[in-house]
Design a binder for this molecule. Structure first.
Ligand SMILES: Cc1cc2nc3c(=O)[nH]c(=O)nc-3n(C[C@H](O)[C@H](O)[C@H](O)COP(=O)(O)OP(=O)(O)OC[C@H]3O[C@@H](n4cnc5c(N)ncnc54)[C@H](O)[C@@H]3O)c2cc1C
Length: 421
């Protein structure tokens, strides 16, 4: 059923955590909603590195937006790239046409930042989309295959060396997963090389990894990483990345697999708004998440810069985006009804990161967990939030069982070798 055209038109840009939860909160409300995304699926980014590490398949963590919103008759999903936003005239320029709105929720998320070195991207892909995850999986697996055929010792060592740049949760999880692949998953699958001798280096510019976690948990995480063979290098600033090496000042690490987990910047769409942005390109928003001077337009999630009650900007996390999505939806309805809007307050339920098999660190309220208890907490949270996935319990339990029971390599397949030399 087509929603009546007389209803106010709300446009949501982005079907990630922020945009999707805003849409779900506007289902069956007296508004006509159009959800625009350049991809046709909602992606559960927290499990992306499991796809990169060949532990999960893409379809395990992505669900078509259409099917999630199938029952919401007032919501139309369109596959479209939004090129720019004209806040003054309440219009969006799309890849093929234009669209007007009465209220707007911008939830376009973030992309990678190479700190002014965009030329590194080709050598050091980041992890943000399914394509990124599959590309990382391809590079990692093909490096082992190429090493098995390589006769030159130095080149073979380079093929068996991976560098992960950035010691935040994504870098830690990626490095841990690479460590597990080499030390456990494929440990006995080759004849001419020994995968357990692969070198995996996690490089962090700051004095410690996991800077948003308490120091004791960061230490536990570093120990867990070392147990799966990851070399943790702190106070190490990357100065150059090439096709086969990473440079830390004068030190060269020859590596055929380099992964970027160091910096994020708001989606480029923010730069078309013509409003003040922070250094990462995020839109400063009011307490009610609206864009200053535009009470009908809201920016949420990784795209916005919101100062929390403690005076610090909120981090780019799924629960932040999700809670802001719901609040932006409420405030859209308030705004359209001529009512006062509500201020946003983040309810922090904790943060966590995993380091491979049954190891993790977690902060939940005053509780600080590490090891198996943290990993079980991590598993529980991820099952709870894997929304819209009919088989979510199946996916997580299958994966957890494979993990705990040391089941090996069912998903270690990739495309053909293309030399990057
Ligand atoms: C590898 C990885 C691991 C993570 N792990 C965790 C974790 O363990 N815990 C946690 O809390 N958070 C984690 N995060 C962060 C979390 O995923 C983000 O904070 C969250 O996804 C932000 O939600 P969002 O809605 O703002 O943006 P996204 O979820 O990124 O959604 C943005 C959407 O906008 C669409 N889009 C962008 N630009 C356009 C455009 N111009 N036109 C049309 N569509 C557009 C995109 O296709 C995308 O669907 C992780 C992120 C990554 C990348």
């Amino acid at each position: 059923m087509v929603p009546p055209a007389a209803l106010p038109h709300v446009v949501i840009v982005g079907g990630g955590f922020g945009g999707l939860y805003a849409a779900l909160a506007l289902a069956d409300q007296p508004v006509r909603v159009t959800l625009l995304d350049r991809r046709n699926h909602h992606l559960f980014q927290p499990l992306l590195y499991q796809v990169a590490a060949a532990a999960l398949n893409p379809s395990d963590i992505a669900t078509p937006l259409r099917s999630i919103l199938r029952k919401a008759a007032n919501i139309t999903v369109l596959l479209a790239e939004v090129e720019s936003v004209d806040l003054a005239n309440r219009r969006l320029v799309l890849d093929r046409d234009e669209m007007g709105y009465d209220a707007l929720i911008l939830a376009a998320g973030a992309s990678h930042s190479y700190f002014g070195h965009d030329e590194w991207e080709i050598f050091a892909p980041g992890l943000k989309t399914l394509e990124d995850a599959l590309e990382i999986r391809r590079r990692v697996l093909l490096s082992y295959e190429a090493a098995e055929r390589e006769h030159d010792g130095a080149e073979q060592r380079a093929l068996l060396t991976s560098v992960v740049i950035g010691g935040g949760p994504t870098g830690v999880e990626l490095a841990g997963a690479l460590g597990e692949i080499s030390r456990q998953t494929i440990a006995h699958d080759f004849r001419l090389i020994d995968p357990t001798e692969a070198r995996i280096v996690l490089v962090e510019g700051g004095s410690r990894i996991l800077q948003s976690f308490p120091e004791s948990l960061a230490r536990s995480a570093a120990d867990a990483l070392r147990r799966v063979g990851v070399e943790v290098r702190c106070d190490a600033v990357v100065t150059r990345v090439t096709a086969d090496a990473v440079w830390l000042g004068g030190e060269q690490i020859r590596a055929r697999t380099v992964l970027w987990a160091a910096g994020v910047a708001a989606a480029p769409l923010s730069r078309t708004l013509g409003v003040p942005l922070d250094r990462a390109g995020r839109v400063f928003v009011e307490r009610d998440l609206s864009i200053p001077g535009h009470p009908e337009a809201f920016a949420i999630g990784d795209l916005c810069s919101f100062t929390a009650d403690d005076g610090h900007p909120l981090p780019g996390l799924a629960p932040v985006a999700l809670q802001q999505g719901r609040m932006a939806a409420r405030n859209v309805l308030h705004h359209l009804a001529g009512e006062p809007t509500e201020g946003f307050h983040y309810r922090d339920r904790g943060s966590m990161a995993t380091i491979g098999r049954a190891a993790a660190v977690a902060v939940v309220g005053r509780l600080r967990l590490s090891g198996l208890p943290a990993w079980l907490a991590w598993l529980f949270v991820h099952i709870t939030f894997l929304i819209g996935f009919r088989n979510r319990f199946l996916v997580l339990f299958e994966w957890a069982w494979a993990y705990l029971s040391w089941q090996r390599g069912a998903r270690l397949i990739t495309g053909p070798w293309r030399s990057r030399r």
